[in-house]
Design a protein around this ligand. Structure first.
Ligand SMILES: C[S@@+](CC[C@H](N)C(=O)[O-])C[C@H]1O[C@@H](n2cnc3c(N)ncnc32)[C@H](O)[C@@H]1O
Length: 415
């Protein structure tokens, strides 16, 4: 992985020696600012500059790339041809994790631990979990109740993530699903890692605004939900279907669904890979932990429904306020959970799970039917088509009426 300062290190330059650095910049005819930019951001210089540097420092360009941890397909293939030779020079040290977790709560379905997920995971049997959902800290310098350091070097954050992801992959059953929630920047690294270990299904963009607009950037408006499965085929894949979006006042559709009204599935619209309907949990009335991030139960409901059936085992290594465990519990899935910081909030939430059940059921009323009952009634009242308009008996009726439904012309409504 990319290491900060690795560019100067591999060239044998002391970044603090400004004088020498300036001379090198002049000799190479590359500005000092550009060299510093490559070094600080671990950016590989373009080929023309790379060649100049290789000649100047008398090292080959592959050494620069390997030293910086940047591998293109060509280099990967060259290295794989030399695998045996390279491996001889490497020793693999495996350290035993120190035990740093304890069980704090159980239900008939789940077990909650307090401590470090990297300590708990080695105790979980290989191939035993049906679904992993992970919403780790994003290394954005947030303050969590656990007081963990959320501002570590990028390379350290990536290494740590790869460590716990490897364990998640080990404990996942063949056919099991892994969902990773993070900001797009980090997901670009983690999808590269996961692509070599699991089977990519989707990068789901979830439209939630999570920071203030920044003047020199686009407005960050989505989280990435990476979705992978272990091996070829998912054991469970039954995404909910969505209702058609309609106007609250006139009950007409809000989007153009391609004009194929008669082809629309009465069970609803296929789940897309862009989700606009996941609410942020901002309001203190709903929020379980005051300052920390918390996901909506609607998100976990959708994921758990999509990838598991009752009785399956769900694992989430980053408990937070316990959203995953609560939804798993309400949906009769078994679950294993852990949180580094205080777990009282999670325990309270699980003890009072009935409080959130209604809320969850409300969300579910809108799934798997094109028009929920109330909307259907309103549309019929206004002479607007519904899925019933295209039922075979209705179609015959339309033909005999010259494409008329009730007292309204279907053609006039299909513009
Ligand atoms: C983004 S929050 C998760 C929020 C959660 N999805 C929810 O809806 O409430 C990440 C959590 O991971 C916890 N955490 C960080 N490192 C951990 C570790 N090594 N083991 C277990 N939990 C950890 C943090 O304390 C924080 O509460």
């Amino acid at each position: 992985m990319k290491e900060k300062d690795s560019f100067f290190k591999v060239l044998g330059i002391d970044g603090k020696d400004k004088k020498t650095l300036q001379l090198i910049a002049e000799d190479l005819n590359i500005s000092l600012k550009t060299l510093n930019y490559y070094n600080l951001n671990s950016i590989l210089p373009p080929d023309n500059e790379l060649e100049k540097m290789a000649t100047y420092f008398k090292i080959n360009r592959y050494q620069i790339m390997i030293g910086m941890g940047i591998y293109n397909q060509e280099l990967k293939e060259l290295l794989s041809q030399q695998a045996a030779k390279i491996a001889q020079g490497l020793s693999h040290i495996k350290t035993r994790p120190t035990i740093n977790h304890e069980q704090v709560f159980t239900t008939s379905l789940g077990q909650l631990f307090e401590g470090d997920c990297l300590s708990l995971m080695p105790t979980i049997e290989s191939g035993s979990v049906d679904l992993v959902f992970a919403d780790p800290p994003f290394n954005l310098d947030k303050l969590y109740p656990s007081n963990m350091d959320d501002n570590i070097a990028s390379s350290e954050y990536i290494r740590w993530t790869e460590q716990w992801l490897s364990e998640c992959i080990r404990i996942l059953k063949p056919g099991g699903s892994l969902f990773l929630w993070n900001i797009p920047k980090w997901n670009t690294y983690f999808s590269e890692f996961l692509n070599h270990r699991l089977n990519f299904r989707h990068w789901i963009a979830t439209d939630i605004k999570y920071s203030l607009p920044i003047s020199s950037r686009l407005y960050p408006s989505h989280y990435g939900l990476l979705y992978y499965i272990k091996q070829e085929k998912a054991s469970v894949f039954k995404p909910d279907r969505l209702k058609m979006e309609t106007c609250q006042h006139c009950y007409r559709e809000l989007r153009d669904y391609g004009g194929y009204k008669d082809k629309m599935n009465p069970s609803g619209i296929n789940m897309p890979d862009v989700w606009y309907d996941i609410p942020p949990v901002r309001h203190s009335k709903h929020k379980k932990r005051k300052d920390a991030n918390e996901l909506s139960i609607k998100l976990l409901d959708r994921i758990i429904e999509m990838a598991t059936v009752e009785g399956d085992i769900v694992f989430d290594p980053f408990g937070g306020s316990g959203t995953t465990y609560l939804v798993a519990e309400l949906k009769r899935r078994k679950w294993i959970g852990i949180e580094l910081g205080p777990t009282e909030v999670i325990v309270d939430r699980l003890k009072n799970k009935a409080e959130e059940e209604d809320h969850l059921n409300k969300y579910r009323e809108n799934y798997n039917q094109l028009f929920p009952e109330k909307i259907k009634k309103e549309r019929i009242k206004r002479g607007i088509w519904t899925d019933d308009s295209f039922k075979p008996e209705m179609k015959d009726h339309q033909i005999s009426l010259g494409l008329f439904i009730g007292n309204k012309s279907l053609l006039s409504q299909t513009k």
